[in-house]
Design a protein. Structure first.
Length: 248
């Protein structure tokens, strides 16, 4: 007979504590200078491995059981890695959920609004469970753009980052909406939102170089220097120089 969901949560917390490395925690702190959250010092790869072991061991638990445990980890701000564990658990069940209406999407929006504490947690949620979930539900991709209008900075960052792996690969991504979202965020004061804009434009430039080039020239007076440098990073050298000469 398997153990219950609460015992699985305790088991995972023990596994994380056992895998903790003070040296790694100290090394990782430089990536989160603004954060006061404590790190255990467990790599994302190891967290995913621990989630996979638990998932394989406790196959009697339902998807809702795992989502409930994930919610508890997301809410618990004791350690940074608890949120990464939450993300890993959602990724395990996201693909197979019977959910065409976007219930999980709304749930993860709440996580971005309430529980995410730093850029790494935001990006992990976007690149892993959200990507897995949206791959099977491309009709929901357009809803991501609306996050760019929300008050939470992690929602606004996610409005670009959650689409990064789809750009240039999925016909369901509306490039006009991508550009519109980037445009409305050019004046955003949050540096991590700006980095999300730059990241999106950098990736998009590898598929639509001319369109990104024209977008940047149209908004050159508004775009922040750091965002522009990031956006042109993958462009040909001569194109990069043209922006540098224009005052980048």
């Amino acid at each position: 007979m398997g153990i219950g969901p609460d015992a699985v949560e305790a088991e995972l917390k023990c596994a994380l504590a056992s895998a903790a490395s003070p040296a790694l925690a100290n090394s990782l702190r430089r990536y989160f200078p603004e954060s006061t959250q404590t790190l255990l010092g467990v790599s994302n790869t190891e967290v995913i491995k621990l989630a996979g072991v638990a998932f394989a061991r406790h196959r009697g638990l339902t998807a809702e059981d795992w989502l409930a445990r994930a919610e508890r980890f997301a809410q618990d701000h004791t350690y940074h890695e608890y949120f990464i564990m939450a993300s890993a658990l959602v990724a395990k069940v996201a693909r197979g959920l019977d959910d065409k209406d976007g219930r999980l999407l709304k749930r993860l929006q709440v996580w971005l609004e309430r529980y995410v504490s730093n850029w790494a947690q935001c990006d992990d949620l976007c690149i892993k469970p959200l990507y897995v979930y949206l791959q099977r539900r491309p009709q929901l991709l357009e809803r991501i753009h609306d996050w760019g209008t929300l008050p939470g900075p992690w929602c606004r960052r996610a409005s670009n980052v959650a689409l990064i792996k789809f750009v240039g690969r999925s016909p369901d991504v509306d490039q006009a909406l991508v550009f519109a979202n980037c445009e409305r965020l050019l004046g955003d004061a949050d540096p991590y939102v700006q980095k999300g804009v730059g990241w999106m434009l950098k990736v998009l430039s590898q598929y639509e170089l001319q369109a990104v080039h024209d977008f940047l020239h149209r908004h050159l007076a508004r775009i922040k220097r750091s965002t522009l440098r990031y956006a042109i990073e993958k462009m040909p050298r001569d194109v990069q120089r043209s922006f540098t000469q224009a005052g980048a």
